[in-house]
Design a protein around this ligand. Structure first.
Ligand code: HEC
Length: 124
């Protein structure tokens, strides 16, 4: 009878530990996904709602991002006049570099690649 309890105990504790391990892995997976978002994914997450999928914006409300070099300053600081939010806190210099490069190379744009240092210089 004692042996049966022992086996039961081992079974329950191993189930418990494997569950804990899974939790750890899921957290790790989420972390790596967040870290490696592409410029396009960052755009979809933070910018698409206003500037639209193809960067065309909304007439009279949200400017189009076509035909002009992406302003890093406005992404960092936002704009007080109209409601462009600031992304200083949400996005790192590296993320803004990827995002600005994506915009500079998309929607028919063909401007320069933005590097992390370019963003760091503008961030105060
Ligand atoms: C809540 C809506 C909203 C969101 C979200 C938003 N923007 Fe804007 N954006 C605006 C508005 C409004 C302006 C015009 C601001 C002004 O002219 O004062 C603007 C202006 C801009 C400009 C300058 C455009 C020009 O004419 O030179 C850029 C570049 C830009 N946004 C990029 C982004 C990026 C990149 C993101 C995502 C990180 C983003 N915006 C998210 C509303 C938004």
């Amino acid at each position: 009878m004692k042996l049966l309890y022992l086996i039961l105990l081992i079974f329950i504790s191993s189930a418990f530990f494997s569950c804990e391990n899974n939790k750890g892995n899921t957290a790790k997976n989420i972390e790596t996904t967040v870290k490696s978002l592409s410029g396009q994914e960052i755009y979809t997450k933070h910018c698409l709602a206003c500037h639209q999928e193809k960067g065309e914006g909304v007439d009279g409300s949200f400017p189009s991002l076509k035909g002009k070099e992406c302003s890093i300053a406005i992404i960092l600081n936002g704009s007080k006049g109209l409601v462009m939010p600031s992304f200083k806190k949400e996005l790192s210099d590296k993320e803004i570099a990827k995002l600005a490069t994506y915009i500079n190379k998309s929607f028919g744009n063909n401007y320069k690649e933005i590097k992390e240092e370019d963003v760091s210089k503008i961030r105060k």
